[in-house]
Design a protein around this ligand. Structure first.
Ligand code: NAD
Ligand code: DAU
Length: 339
């Protein structure tokens, strides 16, 4: 099997590459990435030592480059992780989100059709469902929940998701789609909640909590997400959409306090800042369908996963300290400077 993994130098894409190389040593993997601010080739250092892995620097919106790659390699499976992924950045500059997340997906699907790739998997997100109220803990997102988006990021991901369904129905693209909740784990860029709070804690910097910190996310250890995508993409369930979630709802403030405690830092570092515009209140996934159809269930308890994640950031300071210089410093100042 030859697999194209787009967004391979990002957080989930890289974790997926390592999962596949470990689990299916005979498969060949081509990791593609444009190496935007969020992509880091260093993350793939170990994978690059494996003769079954090859890296290609390319932009998924570059139709000529993607066509040439598909012509040269006979892919059996394409998994599209490549995206602009940070909600706050989408509020500052929506354009790049529409280009990469929508048009890039179209370019990949056109190539998959042209070269008759037997399987395409679109990595979507639970943000396509909008949010749930805090006072209705009985409500969960199912695959039948209407698409209803809040941010330019989620609107662009929903557009790609719908476009994938359109290619499936209109052109017969043999596709599957997964919609996962918030991931955490190694190699996550420190602009996202958990690594940002760990990095700030270690530097004794203020921990910027949006609004009152009462927003709820359903956290899943990244390797559990990778296992789920692998199961869906290798299954015979063409045309299906699967929700993936951790059954692990937590408020942001509880996560922040847990990180402070684990690192032995005072709660006085918490700073409540202006809320995110259009901030989704609560995400909660019902993953029953993937459990029933494919036998998937989250394996890593949050209590273990968060300790593993904090340890990873403690022992891999070089990795995140290098990427939190340069462009990231300017971003941080712009987003948090006078918030
Ligand atoms: P990330 O930002 O860490 O990684 C995205 C990668 O895509 C980066 O390496 C970046 O360089 C690359 N990329 C960006 N634009 C590109 C382009 N035009 N061409 C080629 N590569 C490009 O994001 P992530 O958290 O790893 O998310 C991966 C995917 O999973 C995204 O599609 C995201 O929407 C989805 N997702 C993420 C989460 C989460 O909690 N992080 C949850 C559900 C779904
Ligand atoms: O649910 C899946 C989505 O999860 C993915 O599709 C996105 O790619 C991913 O970025 C993530 O989106 P969120 O917006 O939920 O993640 P983020 O880490 O940006 O924020 C998590 C929560 O923490 C959210 O309620 C906002 C809050 N927050 C975030 C940051 C960066 C803060 O309070 N302070 C912060 O500094």
């Amino acid at each position: 099997m030859k697999i194209l993994v787009t967004g391979a130098a990002g957080f989930i894409g890289a974790n997926f590459v390592y999962y596949e190389l470990g689990r299916f040593p005979d498969d060949e993997i081509v990791g593609l990435d444009a190496l935007t601010y969020a992509g880091n080739l260093e993350t793939l250092d170990e994978a690059l030592k494996n003769p079954k892995f090859k890296f290609v620097k390319a932009d998924i919106t570059d139709a000529a480059a993607i066509d040439a790659l598909f012509a040269a390699e006979a892919f059996d499976l394409v998994i599209n992780f490549a995206a602009e992924s940070h909600v706050d950045r989408s509020i500052e500059d929506p354009g790049i989100f529409l280009r990469t997340n929508i048009l890039g997906t179209q370019v990949l699907m056109d190539a998959a059709l042209k070269y008759k790739v037997p399987r395409y998997h679109q990595v979507s997100t639970d943000e396509v469902y909008g949010d749930l109220p805090l006072n209705r803990p009985d409500l969960l997102f199912t695959e039948r929940t209407p698409i209803h988006t809040s941010s330019p990021y989620s609107a662009s991901k929903a557009s790609a998701d719908l476009l994938c369904q359109a290619y499936l129905r209109t052109f017969g693209l043999p596709a599957t789609i997964s919609r996962c909740s918030n991931n955490y784990g190694p190699y996550q860029f420190p602009e996202k909640l958990i690594p940002l709070m760990i990095a700030n804690c270690l530097a004794d910097k203020p921990l910027p909590v949006y609004g009152e910190g009462l927003n709820v996310r359903d956290w899943l250890y990244v390797v559990d997400h990778c296992k789920a995508i692998d199961l869906v993409a290798r299954s015979d369930r063409i045309g299906e959409v699967y929700n993936i979630g951790g059954h692990n709802e937590m408020t942001n403030i509880d996560i922040v306090k847990l990180i402070l405690k684990a690192l032995g830092k005072p709660e006085s570092l918490i700073t409540y800042v202006t809320d995110r515009k259009g901030h989704d209140m609560r995400y909660a996934i019902d993953p029953q369908k993937i459990t029933t159809d494919l036998g998937w269930a989250p394996e890593t308890m949050f209590a273990d996963g968060i300790v593993r994640t904090i340890d990873w950031y403690l022992t891999n300071r070089d990795w995140w300290e290098r990427i939190t210089s340069g462009e990231y410093l300017a971003y941080y100042e712009k987003m948090y400077g006078d918030r």
